[in-house]
Write a protein that binds this ligand. Sequence first.
Ligand code: ADP
Ligand code: MG
Length: 240
Amino acid sequence: MNAILEVRGLHKHFGGLNVLDDVDLVIDTGEIHCLIGPNGAGKSTLFKVMVGTYEPSAGKVLFLGEDVTGRKPFERVRRGMSIKMQVPSVFRELPVLQNLVIALQQRLPRQEIDGEAQRLLVLLELQAQKDQAAGRLSHGQQQWLEIGMALALQPRLLLLDEPTAGMSPEETFRTGELIQRLNREGMTVLVVEHDMTFIRQIAQRVTVLHFGRVFAQDSIDAIVDDPRVAEIYLGKRHVH
Ligand code: ADP
Ligand code: MG
């Protein structure tokens, strides 16, 4: 069994609005999978159904082969999902290091916390800022800190919703490097994004969502070359 996360026949409607319409998706263990699509396609809704913020109107979510559809987000986190939502939620008044320690306390015995906090500071390139209030970090650094807090939970699957929102191109590139490094170390990553440059940098497999349906699913190279995707996603016509 190679699937770490699987959704089957997923539907979600809000009143009369069908936001997800029969979505099937498999995330394989060890991959970087990108979920892309135009604004309003349903990406964040699918993300929230995967992590348990929303219950689906129909369909199933399986994590590590287990049906977690009715499970609360914290129960999914305990099983090995870790989440970074679109809006960062660090403790702004607390120092960077303290933010990591608080997250690490949920998983590690006391004697391992300092060492792991140092390892994460290095990984996130935030050593120099460790005593600074998190709210004073740049927007990009806050996003990295939040990824670090998600990593502190020792997940098997890291789920990121628009991790580069509001970042400079330089910060975006470094975020891509961070994700690739985590992946080389064995982390499975699902990234929701609409920045195509970033997706080209990191993606292995890509799923394109359009009007709540899976419109295409392929390698990044095939997706980039697909004129139908260019048309819906980039709003461009294929040039003959
Ligand atoms: P994306 O992340 O791809 O931009 P979303 O999943 O955020 O798309 O939204 C898809 C559609 O669902 C949009 O039309 C949005 O207005 C609608 N929607 C999202 N969340 C809710 C909600 N809680 N209640 C009603 N409509 C919602
Ligand atoms: Mg979104």
